[in-house]
Each structure stands twice: as structure tokens, then as C-alpha cells.
Ligand binder design. Structure first.
Ligand code: PMP
Length: 389
């Protein structure tokens, strides 16, 4: 489209036209009967998308960082021991937030592009006394995916709450909150959930709510305090009026539209689709001779791909030349390798067509940057690797 570049960064992403159209409906009162119905229904849909029939959903105006802030503010009390499974930039952020609320944070590190093994995590948990463990499901700075099921099992065994940052995973990667024993999952609207930026989404499981209710000190954050929001969420779900802070009315309507689409696709199909598209993208990148940040296929996320620049290619020039061919990709983010790689988001509405267009733009741009590339090779490899899930 001449006046629209394809947005292939790891969030915000391309949004479905119906979702964008939903933003434009006339704003109603936040206590209008129609809106109460939509808000209540969106909360119920969140339980299905997060696979948490026994969880308590929260929809707040804010970004993913607010969702992280909310989780830590409500669950971490002064002096609590917090174990952070560190796979990159956003794990660092969770460590910073947890310590801001008085958590005594220990991190389990991993090399850039890797993730701590379950044995390494268990060795830390064995030291005992951890109340909370945080896991970044997909760290958007590295494209590394964690084994949430394995980690949640360990957290349970050692009595720690398992808190998952699913900002780059919810509605793209397989995630079964209740079945896997995850205690809290958070995300933001602008990635695989498929709604423009501005909503912080949290589902708290029964053990997380129990810890919150057993606090001996007030939550040291007024806006994030679940004591303020729980009655509001419960009211909307009971199709009654409630108020603490004005909800982002139009975004909630758009969220409801997107969650309806997601559930119509079905979670299993959606996860499979993301895997198929990811396989294609990664095969295309590999065929062009580009390495990737994740240290192995088994630790690579399906919501995004993080290719390294080939030797001799100027990264900034490559990203800007890809943009000149109508596709926006993102530069590096992890401080240790920021200038060495770029990031492609392929989640939500993006499918195989968008990935093929992206690979094609990358091929053109690589050639213009002086990298010898056989035009069409990446696209052909992606087509070959793609299975119609
Ligand atoms: N966690 C992860 C894994 C993310 O990718 C991001 C955003 N890229 C965040 C947290 C923070 O979200 P936001 O930018 O919406 O505050």
C-alpha cells in the first residue's frame, strides 16, 4: 500500500481493520449499558485467551510496563525474596521493578541468546525462601523463549509464585496458565493481542490473589492497587457499574473486537499458525546466510525473529533501506549487542504473506548494502519451510 508501510516490529504490530474501526465508534459513558456489556465480555474472553478459568482478569489503561508494575506492587512486599529468570532487557526491567517495591532480587543469568536451564533455576530455588519468581516468556530484546511450563512446575515445588511477563507471547505462544500452574500472566494490548497500544492486561490466579489478600502492608502504589480495581472488574463482569479510574473506553471496545477474533480462530490454531509463520521466517533468514540471536532453535520464540547483521553490513543503513521498500523492522535492543542485530515481529494479524514481503524487502536492502544475495533465495526457503499448519 503506497501510504502504509508494513509494520513488522515486535510491537506495536499490524492490526485488523475491524479492530481499528472499533476505535472510531462514538465514545460512550464508561457506565453505559452497552459498554458494561463489552467490558464484562472482554474480561470473560481474557480468561479463555490466557487459559485461566479460575483467574481474575484486570484491564487497565497503561502499557505493558504498568502491567509489570501492577504485578510487583501487589505481590512483592518489603523484604520478599524474588528470583528473576533473566533472558534480556525486559527481565532486567522486572528485576528493577521488583526491587523498587522492596523485593530482595536474585537473578539467574544466561548468556545473550540463551536461557537458564531448569537445573540452574532449581539450584537457586533450593536455597529456599523465594516468594516470587518472574519469567519473561519471550524476551523481546533477544527473541528467546522460556520454558514456562517447566519453570512454573519448579516454582510450585519450591513454594514461589510464578509471575510471567507475556507481553511478547500472550495470544502467539502456547501458554496454558492454569494447567501449567502459572500464578500471574501479564501482557499489553499492542502485540499478539492485536489492539493498539494503551491497555495493560493482567490475569491473577488464586494463589496470587491469596498473597495479595494476606499482605501485612498496603500496596505502595495508589493507581496499581488491586484493592481499588478488584471491585471494578467484579462489577463489570457482573454487568453492573463500577468506577475507580475512567477506563480507556474506545480501546476496550477494540480489545473486545480483537479478542472475539482471536477466540474465533481458536487458541490451538493460533499457536500453530505462529509456529508455521515463524518457521518460514527463520528459514528465509537462514537461507540468506544471516545468523540469529537465540543460541538454538529450541530457545527461539515464534512471535519474532532476531537476525544478526551480516559482516560488513551497516545495520542502521539496512533497517532504513528495508523501510524504503515499505517494511518497518526494528533495530537491536539488548545493550550487549544492540548494534549487531535487528528484530522482525510476526504476530497477531501478520501471516505468511507479510513475512514473505518482509523477506523480499530484506533481500533488496541487503543487495543495496553491498551484501551478495541471490534475490529470491530467502523467500523461496520460507515458502519451502511453510506448512499450512
Ligand atoms: N515486556 C516485554 C517482553 C516487552 O516486549 C515489552 C515491550 N516491548 C514490555 C515488557 C514493556 O511493554 P510496554 O512497552 O508496553 O510498556
Amino acid at each position: 500500500m503506497k501510504n502504509h508501510s508494513l509494520l513488522m516490529i515486535p510491537g506495536p504490530v499490524e492490526f485488523e481493520p475491524e479492530v481499528l474501526a472499533a476505535l472510531a465508534v462514538p465514545t460512550t459513558s464508561h457506565v453505559a449499558p452497552d459498554f458494561i456489556q463489552i467490558f464484562g465480555s472482554a474480561l470473560e474472553q481474557m480468561r479463555q485467551v490466557f487459559q485461566s478459568p479460575d483467574g481474575q482478569p484486570f484491564i487497565l489503561a497503561g502499557s505493558g510496563t504498568l502491567a509489570m508494575d501492577t504485578a510487583a506492587a501487589n505481590l512483592v512486599e518489603q523484604g520478599d525474596k524474588v528470583l528473576v529468570i533473566n533472558t534480556g532487557y525486559f527481565s532486567d526491567r522486572f528485576a528493577a521493578i521488583a526491587s523498587r517495591y522492596g523485593g530482595r532480587v536474585t537473578q539467574v543469568p544466561a548468556p545473550v541468546g540463551g536461557r537458564p536451564s531448569l537445573d540452574e533455576v532449581e539450584a537457586m530455588l533450593q536455597q529456599g525462601g523465594y516468594q516470587v519468581m518472574t519469567v519473561t516468556h519471550v524476551d523481546t530484546s533477544t527473541g528467546v523463549i522460556n520454558d514456562v511450563q517447566g519453570l512454573a512446575g519448579l516454582a510450585r515445588r519450591y513454594g514461589a509464585l510464578c509471575v510471567v511477563d507475556g507481553v511478547c507471547s500472550v495470544a502467539a505462544e502456547e501458554l496454558r496458565m492454569s494447567e501449567w500452574g502459572v500464578d500471574l500472566v501479564l501482557t499489553a494490548s499492542q502485540k499478539a493481542v492485536g489492539t493498539p497500544p494503551g491497555l495493560a492486561l493482567v490475569v491473577a490466579g488464586p494463589r496470587a490473589l491469596e498473597k495479595f489478600k494476606g499482605r501485612t502492608t498496603p500496596v505502595p502504589n495508589y493507581y496499581a492497587d488491586w484493592a481499588n480495581w478488584l471491585p471494578v472488574m467484579e462489577a463489570y463482569e457482573a454487568r453492573k457499574t463500577g468506577y475507580f479510574g475512567t477506563p480507556a473506553v474506545n480501546l476496550v471496545v477494540a480489545l473486545h473486537t480483537s479478542l472475539t477474533q482471536i477466540l474465533a480462530e481458536g487458541m490451538e490454531t493460533r499457536w500453530q499458525r505462529h509456529m508455521a509463520v515463524s518457521r518460514a521466517c527463520k528459514a528465509g533468514i537462514a537461507a540468506l546466510g544471516l545468523a540469529q540471536v537465540p543460541l538454538g532453535e529450541e530457545v527461539a520464540a515464534h512471535a519474532m525473529t532476531a537476525p544478526r547483521y551480516p559482516l560488513g553490513v551497516n545495520g542502521a543503513e539496512l533497517v532504513s533501506r528495508v523501510a524504503s521498500h515499505g517494511v518497518v523492522v526494528a533495530g537491536g535492543l539488548h545493550p550487549a549487542i544492540r548494534g549487531d542485530y535487528f528484530r522482525i515481529g510476526h504476530m497477531g494479524a501478520a501471516g505468511i504473506a507479510e513475512v514473505l514481503a518482509t523477506l523480499s524487502a530484506i533481500e533488496l536492502a541487503l543487495g543495496e548494502c553491498g551484501y551478495p544475495v541471490e534475490t529470491g533465495k530467502g523467500v523461496a526457503a520460507a515458502q519451502g519451510a511453510y506448512s499450512n499448519y
